[in-house]
Design a protein around this ligand. Structure first.
Ligand SMILES: O=C(O)CCC(=O)C(=O)O
Length: 286
């Protein structure tokens, strides 16, 4: 899939402008596979020679059978603001980014306190019955348990005082209330979270997720869900990339969880630890 997307991008953006042949449409001598053919009358070049002897070089241009499809250019969001990343299909998907939500000194001491004092552990998830360890550490706060990827984080109402303070300030900034928190610790650049949407039934329709980042910067990527006719092929979908730095608050709302997926991919250069706090609301009746 990655390879397909790369080939499509090379064709779409880097290829030379398409030359339209004038005159009658050339016929493909040996079926649709031959896009550029060399004249059959031209003999092979002499060994070591750099030019063809014995006749002019001639090429026949064959239009590709299907029009070349452009891969949309990935959008980058780096500045604070409100971004409507799509108007549908389910409704508006909206991101609010605040890069300096926490002053640097507060972000610094909160990061080191949470890194040292939260009960971090590695969760085991299940895919088609097979167990795998999440490539990051987590802990959960909330009156209710939280289930995703076929395993459950147990209820935990012992909020760390730093987390209670942060919850109150994010609630007063956003005008939303949150009863739960999933904390993620990416120990280094090899830790990650795979493509997913926060769309568990217990989060209710159109959940609002407030995500606070502390520590090293990591790239938060979003990709749009493909329309049904693409049968799960993400090659041509819209993409957004947001570097989430120390003290940045990102709020996802509207239809973001219906129409988009997000991830934090592994990186192959050195990254220090990063904590991400995702405040959510869990509905007991769902
Ligand atoms: O680490 C992040 O920024 C994203 C975390 C996330 O996607 C999640 O907890 O669902």
């Amino acid at each position: 899939m990655g390879d397909k997307r790369q080939r499509a991008r090379v064709q779409g953006s880097w290829a030379q402008p398409r030359v339209r042949p004038t005159g009658p449409k050339p016929k493909c001598p040996s079926g649709a596979a031959a896009h550029v053919s060399q004249s059959a009358s031209a003999p092979a070049p002499a060994p070591g020679s750099t030019s063809w002897k014995g006749g002019p070089r001639s090429y026949e241009f064959q239009q590709p059978a299907k029009p070349i499809r452009e891969v949309p250019v990935e959008k980058v969001i780096e500045k604070s603001g409100v971004y409507d990343i799509s108007p549908g299909p389910s409704g508006v998907s909206r991101l609010r980014l605040l890069t300096d939500f926490l002053p640097q000194e507060d972000a610094d001491w909160m990061f080191s306190t949470l890194l040292a004092e939260l009960p971090w552990s590695q969760k085991t998830n299940y895919r088609q019955g097979d167990a795998y360890d999440e490539p990051r550490l987590t802990c959960w706060y909330g009156e209710l348990p939280y289930t995703y990827s076929n395993s459950t984080l147990q209820a935990n109402s012992q909020w760390h005082p730093v987390l209670s303070t942060l919850r109150a300030s994010i609630e007063s900034h956003s005008g939303r209330s949150f009863n739960s928190l999933l904390c993620n610790l990416y120990r280094d650049g090899h830790d990650s979270i795979a493509w997913h949407s926060d769309n568990e039934p217990s989060l209710g329709p159109r959940p609002v997720i407030a995500s606070l980042s502390l520590g090293d910067t990591r790239i938060f990527s979003l990709r749009k869900q493909p329309p049904p006719e693409e049968v799960g092929d993400y090659t041509y979908v819209e993409r957004v990339r947001i570097p989430l730095s120390h003290g940045t608050l990102l709020i996802m709302e509207g239809c973001t969880q219906d129409d988009w997926q997000h991830q934090v991919a592994k990186e192959y250069h050195d990254r220090g630890p990063r904590i991400n706090l995702t405040f959510r609301t869990i509905f007991p009746e769902l």
